[in-house]
Design a protein around this ligand. Structure first.
Ligand code: PLP
Length: 381
């Protein structure tokens, strides 16, 4: 039996997925015969609504996996369509993976905190256990996986979540260590590499490894570099066998027609070129912000980031956070995360937004010098 079938919940392997009207008969545009059918099998209205979208198909359920969208992502990712599942954001991918591979109240996932919070939330929702193997954060903020501690968990977990670049640290995992984890768990667990931020450092993607590792699953999204968080569109990349299993668990019509239309435009040649310009701008602004933070007396540490945010440590983090908040600028407090006490995360906004942020923090510094703001030290580090 294949690894995926061995690992998956048996009820998923044997179940027949919901046979939606559009799964039974796709309305794929390439198939003229299908378009000419009279669709009376899904209790739909027969005419278009009053919407202004270029798409006139809002009265119809969309295809289970809209072909224009999968073709666009296949071209972009250089993977076959059978290796791609479009989802409502990468978050839905996380949930599907847990629901597919973990038996509730029996199986565990493994996470490496500090990391993205939804792995644990989705596991909890489903009743899966959570085993933590913390990242090793070196003094220079370089990050390592704890390979020995991970090896001790082989056989105890069904899914391992790695995140590279990692949220909230921004750091990439080392390719050699990801390989070690894939090898360690090759007979016992799926290894998810969350590449939500990979467009900011595309040369570090492990998507080409899918050919060699049948326990590798990759998560992607249009929410970050493609600037389409409101669209709720992500992609899970894996062997066709894993994609087939996840397809049994996902909702019957996961991708709304307008989403597929807009996402396909974002994945066109022009859309990708625009995304790449955005990535270049983000990298320049990130470097400027990093250099600036490093020069601030209130900043103890800045994490090296390969994503669209920067994490830093300050013993005055509450005061910095609040002075920004009082001026309408919201950043993210990460100090409750393991190993990240006193840490704040700034997303790379526009040049104007970051200039404003620096100005407000500069003013705080002036107050600090004149003894007003930091007259009482917050917590000691
Ligand atoms: C590491 C990581 N993975 C996944 C997601 C979820 O992305 P989406 O908006 O596609 O659901 C996020 C969102 O912040 C993230 O940081």
């Amino acid at each position: 039996m294949s690894l995926a079938k061995k690992l998956a919940r048996q009820e998923i392997v044997t179940m027949t997925p919901y046979q939606s009207a559009r799964r039974l008969f796709s309305s794929n545009n390439a198939n003229q015969e299908a378009i000419q059918k009279i669709w009376l099998n899904a209790n739909e209205a027969s005419g278009p609504g009053i919407y202004q979208l270029s798409s006139d198909c809002l009265n119809r359920y969309p295809d289970f996996q809209p072909d224009n969208l999968l073709t666009a992502y296949s071209n972009y990712s250089q993977l076959a369509k059978e290796n791609i599942l479009a989802t409502r954001g990468a978050d839905e991918g996380i949930e599907l993976i847990i629901r597919t591979f973990c038996k509730a109240y029996q199986d565990n996932i493994l996470i490496c905190p500090p990391t993205y919070g939804m792995y644990a939330i989705s596991a909890e929702n489903h009743g899966a256990g959570i085993i933590e193997v913390p990242l090793i954060i070196n003094p220079n903020t370089d990050i390592d996986l704890d390979i020995n501690a991970l090896a001790a968990q082989v056989g105890k977990v069904k899914v391992v979540f790695l995140c590279s670049p990692n949220n909230p640290t921004g750091s990439l995992l080392k390719a050699a260590q990801i390989r070690q984890v894939l090898d360690l768990f090759k007979d016992s667990a799926m290894v998810v590499v969350d590449e939500a931020y990979i467009e900011f450092c595309p040369e570090n993607s492990v998507s080409s490894w899918l050919l060699h590792y049948d326990n590798l699953i990759i998560l992607r999204t249009l929410s970050k570099a493609f600037a389409l968080a409101g669209l709720r569109c992500g992609f899970t990349l894996a062997s066709s066998e894993v994609i087939t299993l996840l397809s049994k668990v996902i909702a019957p019509y996961p991708i709304a027609a307008p989403i597929a239309e807009l996402a396909s435009q974002a994945l066109s040649e022009k859309g990708i070129a625009q995304m790449q310009i955005r990535v270049q701008e983000t990298r320049i602004l990130r470097q400027k912000l990093t250099t600036w933070l490093q020069a601030q007396p209130w900043c103890q540490q800045v994490f090296q980031s390969d994503a669209n945010f920067v994490l830093f440590k300050s013993q005055y983090k509450d005061k910095l956070f609040n002075s920004l908040k009082s001026q309408g600028i919201l950043i993210r407090d990460q100090s409750k995360q393991a190993q990240l006490s006193h840490c704040l995360r700034i997303s790379i906004g526009s040049e104007r937004e970051l200039a404003l942020l620096k100005k407000i923090l500069d003013k705080s510094l002036q107050k600090m010098i004149s003894g007003h703001l930091f007259s009482t030290t917050e917590n000691t580090l």
